[in-house]
Design a protein around this ligand. Structure first.
Ligand code: SF4
Length: 221
């Protein structure tokens, strides 16, 4: 699934963006970051954290490299002072790698680019991202295929293979892997296997965190 744009250097591309969130602190990358959330995803997670990324009727705004830069450059000094930058999320941001590459080339040479990705896409898209993306935040969900399949509706073989290839290409320092505790799917005590598998391919920056589902929110209100 590739939802983009005019694809050639030197001509503006247009991409569908569902939201831009400024001034994120240490949640979507180091320092102060602006989260740019793309429309489109290849998975079908049961507690999707961003369901708008897949709702056809959600009001999408289309951006070119220039219009996006005009909107995000307001925080340029924060990015420089804190080592922050832009974090591309979604949905699956690497579906839009041609746009991200073009954005980096035109406006992003001195801005850190992060990608929050599930890596459940064709390897070619990931391979083409390694020059523009400075740091990858991989939402791997689970290395256990039973859990992954029950939660996302897909096998995790592609994600696992891509993750192993990515660490070979860019090295451990440019990778953070998120391992969520997912109520009803992956409890804290079930994370051991995933941690072992990640360590076996050389990943050291592994962050576990609990998902807050809509059900949890309703219970608290
Ligand atoms: S990968 Fe993210 S955006 Fe895609 S379905 Fe899962 S939670 Fe939703």
């Amino acid at each position: 699934m590739l939802l983009q744009h005019q694809c050639s250097w030197g001509r503006a591309m247009k991409v569908p963006i569902i939201g831009i969130k400024r001034l994120c602190m240490d949640t979507d990358g180091e320092g102060v970051t602006t989260l740019v959330a793309f429309y489109g995803c290849t998975l079908n997670c049961n507690y999707c954290l961003n369901p708008h990324s897949k709702e056809l009727l959600y009001p999408i705004k289309w951006y070119t490299e220039e219009t996006l830069y005009r909107e995000v450059k307001i925080d340029y000094l924060y990015f420089q002072a804190t080592g922050g930058g832009l974090t591309f999320g979604g949905g699956e941001p690497l579906l839009h790698i041609d746009f991200i590459n073009s954005m980096k080339k035109q406006y992003g040479q001195d801005i850190c680019f992060n990608a929050e990705t599930a890596l459940h896409i064709e390897w070619d898209l990931i391979k083409r991202s390694t020059k523009a993306i400075d740091h990858y935040i991989v939402d791997c969900k689970s290395m256990d295929n039973n859990i992954y399949k029950r939660y996302t509706g897909q096998d995790n073989g592609r994600m696992r293979e891509n993750l192993a290839r990515l660490i070979e290409q860019v090295g451990n320092e440019r990778l953070t892997v998120k391992l969520p505790i997912i109520p009803g799917y992956q409890e804290e005590g079930q994370l051991g296997y995933s941690k072992e598998q990640l360590a076996a391919i050389g990943i050291t920056d592994i962050r576990t965190f609990p998902y807050t589902t809509q059900i949890d929110k309703v219970k608290r209100e």
